[in-house]
Write a protein that binds this ligand. Structure first.
Ligand SMILES: Nc1ncnc2c1ncn2[C@@H]1O[C@H](COP(=O)(O)OP(=O)(O)OP(=O)(O)O)[C@@H](O)[C@H]1O
Length: 605
């Protein structure tokens, strides 16, 4: 399939509009502006590359990174080393190998080398960092910044250490910076809506739900990490060729802070936010710097105020975050404000029903156990679930139902026993691999990708099941699934804004996108009123009869369980105490004792 089939038309239109909106004023200033204005614009464009690079990783993964400034430092060092004239290099970098000392490269080769070398370094570091979550990952990136700075300072004979690197050719003119800034924005915007971007955003929104649709989260982060590190290296190298002299400390906390401020002020999770943040912060810094030196208004004079720039920046950040917690643009791209960019793809409306073969197979649990320290939450449970069957799993609070579900879905590693689908052993496999084997799930507390549209929620799962499908076909299939769950009219709504019952349906539609053989439903009727529960019963019945899925349903709603399930398994204190039809389970003395206690059970019998 041609590569164009994978590109999202709306993202392309959005990228083109942003590129034009950037190019026209910058080119006008470049052509007709004064030298200080051109300097400001060139600096702004380079910072924009740095911010967009950071946004590509941090915005889509939700992990704030300080380490990208380290990649800028490396990019600057490499490009400077390769372009400084040999005569200067010998005194500046006495320990460098002869072939490097004697050679001098042009801008293109130097940038290429910086980007590729940093890409390789980032790949190796990413193998560790991309496995960390949340604040642990952020702290690791902070460590990366400190380590790289220390190494650059320590390797004085190769890098000049703390001293200024000078003699760098001034090659980053405004047209060069503009060309690379446009390229970076286009890459960042296309990435965001690409299938890898979609999967990473899904992981940012909800880790467990992303795993449940088969997303290998570290692998997706790694793609964004390497790409954004390479773009950061580009920004660093261009900054070196813009300044012509720099020292290692210029790529340390101050710069990392400035870039993060731009991203946070603009909106951490959008490319338009990167642009807005870079414009606003650059303009604010320019104005504050002028004020800092004092201004003579004729009638009165504003005196010199040291530190005004930093104080002013902090106040701007506080004011924006106080009024808009997610930054100026939040999660929105310019498409949200320009309806002509959102033109719906024609193919999307003519939904042809994808045909799915009826699933086959049996899910088998053999003596599955799970211990938390000294507590045996699940004790040697044997169960079997066939496709086309509904198995209820009930038990008093704390009896081990959710834990058992987790042992099947791969979120909990069993302490003993086996979980198989036919002959395939999936015991202890990570959740995303279990999902790929045909086990879908929904959660006790609904877990959607709240800031993504309903269609995107489903498409994220579809890309896992059908990686070869083009964008138009993904849209068509997502519409079809939403239509089956009677929420097609909500396709473009953000999932987090849907009503409770609609969210449940969307969660099921997303799970179905994987074409699972078995579906694990953890308290699907929790929080539902009578009519919503009746609706749910209809959907679950359809999943079994029409789709032929095997359902494992955990719920406290006994009416739902009795009406829906072919067989019911009862857990108490982690042990399977009954398994059979509704009538058999109701007649079981062990079950009554588990729910009512022995004394009450005796009174009733
Ligand atoms: N991460 C954990 N660490 C330690 N103990 C845990 C953990 N998760 C669950 N447990 C314990 O394991 C037992 C089974 O818990 P589980 O949540 O599986 O029960 P449940 O039947 O799903 O309960 P409920 O119906 O209230 O959701 C409980 O005693 C619980 O306190």
């Amino acid at each position: 399939m041609a590569i164009s089939a994978y590109i999202v038309p709306q993202a392309t239109r959005s990228a083109i509009v942003m590129a034009l909106a950037l190019a026209v004023p910058c080119a006008l200033i470049g052509l007709f502006g004064s030298n200080p204005m051109i300097t400001t614009v060139t600096n702004f464009l380079i910072m924009l590359i740095a911010v967009s690079a950071l946004g590509l990783f941090s915005g889509n993964s939700g992990i704030l990174s300080f380490g990208h400034c380290a990649f800028m430092a490396l990019g600057a060092q490499i490009s400077a080393t390769l372009t400084i004239p040999p005569a200067l290099k010998k005194t500046a970098f006495p320990l460098l190998a002869d072939p490097i000392l004697q050679s001098q490269f042009g801008l293109v080769m130097a940038l290429l080398a910086s980007v590729l070398i940093v890409g390789l370094i980032a790949y190796l570091i990413g193998l560790a960092i991309c496995r960390l979550n949340g604040s642990s990952a952020t702290i690791a990136t902070l460590g990366l910044l400190i380590i790289v700075e220390s190494l650059i300072v320590a390797a004085q004979g190769f890098t000049r250490g703390n001293q200024a690197v000078y003699g760098i050719p001034k090659l980053a003119t405004w047209p060069v910076a503009l060309a690379f800034a446009i390229g970076t924005i286009v890459i960042a915007r296309l990435y965001r809506d690409s299938r890898v971007g979609l999967l990473l955003r899904a992981a940012r929104e909800n880790h467990a739900a992303a795993q449940s649709i088969g997303i290998d989260i570290p692998a997706q982060r790694q793609v964004a990490w390497v790409a954004s590190a390479m773009l950061s290296a580009l920004a660093g190298a261009l900054l070196a060729h813009f300044l012509t002299v720099f020292s290692a400390k210029q790529f340390y906390f101050d710069l990392a802070f400035a870039i993060i401020v731009m991203q946070v002020v603009g909106g951490l999770s959008s490319v338009a936010g990167s642009v807005a943040g870079a414009v606003l912060v650059t303009a604010a810094i320019e104005m504050l710097r002028r004020l800092e030196n004092g201004i003579d208004f004729g009638l009165f004079q504003v005196p010199q105020i040291f530190g005004l720039t930093q104080i002013g920046l902090c106040l701007i950040v506080l004011a924006i975050l106080y009024t808009r917690r997610e930054g100026l643009m939040g999660f929105a791209e310019i498409d949200r404000f320009l309806p002509f960019l959102r033109k719906r793809e024609e193919l999307a409306t003519e939904a042809a029903a994808p045909t799915q073969a009826r699933p086959t197979g049996t899910l088998t649990l053999e003596k599955v156990s799970k211990a938390y320290g000294g507590l045996l939450a699940v004790a040697e449970v044997d169960l079997e679930l066939r496709v086309g069957e509904v198995l209820g799993l009930i038990g008093p609070n704390g009896s081990g139902k959710t834990t058992l579900l987790g042992c099947i879905a791969g979120t909990h590693a069993p302490s003993g026993g086996r979980v198989r689908i036919d002959d395939i052993d999936i015991t202890g496999h990570p959740a995303h691999e279990v999902a790929r084997q045909g086990i879908g799930r929904t959660f006790q507390n609904i877990r959607l990708f709240a800031h993504m549209t309903a269609a995107e929620n489903v498409m994220a799962a579809l890309t896992q099941r059908w990686p070869q499908l083009g964008h138009a076909e993904l849209v068509r299939r997502s519409r079809h699934l939403l239509d089956e769950l009677k929420i097609a009219d909500l396709a473009e709504r953000e999932a987090g804004t849907l009503a409770y019952g609609q969210q449940r349906r969307l969660e099921i539609a997303r799970a179905l996108a994987l074409e699972p053989r078995f579906l694990l439903l953890d308290e699907p009727a929790a929080g539902m009123n009578e009519s919503e529960t009746a609706d749910l019963l209809g959907i679950l019945g359809w999943l079994v009869k029409d789709r032929g899925l095997g359902l494992l349903v955990v719920d406290h709603d006994m009416q739902l369980i009795m009406r829906l399930c072919d067989r019911i398994a009862v857990l108490n204190k982690g042990q399977l105490i009954a398994l059979g039809s509704a009538a058999e389970v109701q007649a079981s003395r062990a079950v009554r004792e588990a729910y009512l206690g022995r004394r009450h059970a005796e009174v009733i019998t």
